[in-house]
Design a protein around this ligand. Structure first.
Ligand SMILES: Cc1cc2nc3c(=O)[nH]c(=O)nc-3n(C[C@H](O)[C@H](O)[C@H](O)COP(=O)(O)OP(=O)(O)OC[C@H]3O[C@@H](n4cnc5c(N)ncnc54)[C@H](O)[C@@H]3O)c2cc1C
Length: 395
């Protein structure tokens, strides 16, 4: 009968209990070598009742069948390896449910909504380092895990997940603990344990607590699911997904200063750009399809070989048209971005080119990111500030 269970339509729609946040400061733990690594605990994200319903719904999804959890062995393949991982697993894809769970967390973790200059989390390649990653969502693939007495997941690093289109990637793991030791289940063990890399046994345990969320960076944090020594542990794990905001690149074509540089604006390269343009194009078409719109415009004369774009045009049709016919509207900037980091910016906070003396850039090119307005007034204000700084430096 329980196999027919479905979560109520309004599941998680009423606000939950007050959430408590605790960022793990590794410097103050037995693992100071992880100083600056990201790990955060949010308590009371779900109530005990909500967790119980979630377990019930996951079981119903899988007709009550827990599969042996596998491990990733690269190239998208998985293998059973009970020496490393021994627990039951149900996989359930549900983006809507995860967005409800994330809605309870996201305002509490502003520090990860945008990742920039965080090579410890996103990678240290110089190009990667200069990108800004924006948190988009949780991976829709929920992995419900059931650990019986004697089950474990030996020390490992979590891998990063990248979507098929290569547009989004994960940098952070999220664990939701769905039960704890109580009268019904005397759970013992089962902590998520962070380990020292030198195998000296130094460690830090995060204890399963019902409704608790643990977020931690995937890169470089050695951890395990400690043995459950009594009772059953239930958790749900998935990934926190980011996309890189689109950044262009200017590089030198040669060492001849007169030669034009190579400019790659990298437009339309990320999902957010595409979604915005797709929605805008459909909206305009929709307006034109109303009786009022029809009075003014009969229809679009499309470019040769391309279909007329209507409000029901496919993503592909819109993408092809945008790529072929869109252009920027005279508000270029950012080619000599201002910033602290010498690898991802050109000038410092006083408009001085990093690594040079007596060379400043003062124009729209120092804007570190496009502004949500026309730029002229900002350029004037920047010029006033720069003039004062220059006057001060020579007086
Ligand atoms: C058609 C158009 C309409 C716009 N409308 C608006 C608007 O309505 N509102 C708004 O806020 N912004 C608008 N903008 C954007 C705004 O004009 C620019 O963002 C702003 O002028 C950028 O300032 P800047 O100092 O970086 O460059 P610029 O204003 O372009 O100044 C660069 C100056 O350097 C000179 N120069 C270039 N090379 C050399 C050289 N080798 N030696 C000496 N001098 C050189 C150029 O002649 C120019 O005078 C518009 C832009 C365009 C093109």
């Amino acid at each position: 009968m329980d196999f027919l269970y479905q979560l109520p339509h309004d599941f998680l729609s009423v606000s939950g209990p007050e959430i408590e946040k605790h960022i793990i400061d590794f410097k103050e733990t037995e693992l100071p070598e992880y100083e600056g690594y990201y790990a955060c605990i949010l308590d009371n994200v779900l109530s005990a009742n909500e967790c119980a319903n979630l377990i019930r719904a996951a079981k119903a999804q899988a007709n009550g069948e827990w599969q042996q959890a596998m491990i990733n062995v690269g190239s998208g393949s998985q293998e059973i390896d009970t020496e490393t991982r021994s627990c039951g697993r149900i996989i359930w894809d549900n983006r809507e449910l995860l967005s409800k769970i994330w809605a309870r967390c996201q305002n509490l973790v502003p520090e990860i909504l945008e990742l920039k200059d965080k090579p410890g989390i996103t990678g240290s390649g110089w190009l990667k380092k200069s990108w800004t990653y924006r948190l988009t969502r949780l991976n829709e693939r929920m992995r419900f895990l059931r650990y019986f007495d004697g089950n474990y997941f030996r020390p490992h690093f979590d891998g990063s997940y990248t979507t098929e289109e290569n547009e989004e990637t994960s940098f952070i793991t999220i664990h939701l603990y769905l039960n704890e030791s109580d009268e019904d289940s005397q759970l013992e063990g089962g902590a998520t344990t962070f380990h020292a890399l030198d195998w000296t046994g130094r460690h830090l345990d995060v204890i399963p607590k019902v409704g608790r969320v643990l977020l931690f960076q995937q890169k470089g944090l050695l951890h395990s699911g400690a043995d459950v020594t009594r009772g059953i542990k239930y958790t749900m794990r998935t990934d926190v997904i980011f996309e890189n905001t689109s950044r262009g690149l200017i590089t030198l074509a040669s060492n001849d200063p007169i030669t034009e540089p190579i400019i790659n604006p990298n437009y339309y390269s990320i999902l957010a750009d595409k979604e915005m343009l797709r929605s805008g194009v459909r909206r305009v078409a929709q307006m034109m399809e109303t009786p009022a719109g029809r009075e003014i415009i009969e229809g679009e004369t499309s470019p040769k070989g391309m279909p007329v774009l209507t409000s029901s045009a496919s993503d592909e049709e819109i993408d092809t048209r945008v790529r072929a016919y869109s252009e920027v509207w005279h508000h270029s900037g950012g080619t000599a971005a201002m910033g602290k980091d010498v690898l991802s910016s050109v000038v410092d906070g006083e408009f001085r080119v990093h690594g040079t003396e007596c060379l400043r850039v003062v124009d729209a090119s120092v804007l570190p990111a496009p502004i949500s307005a026309t730029p002229q007034a900002t350029v004037y204000a920047m010029a006033e500030v720069a003039a004062e700084l220059i006057a001060l430096s020579v007086s």
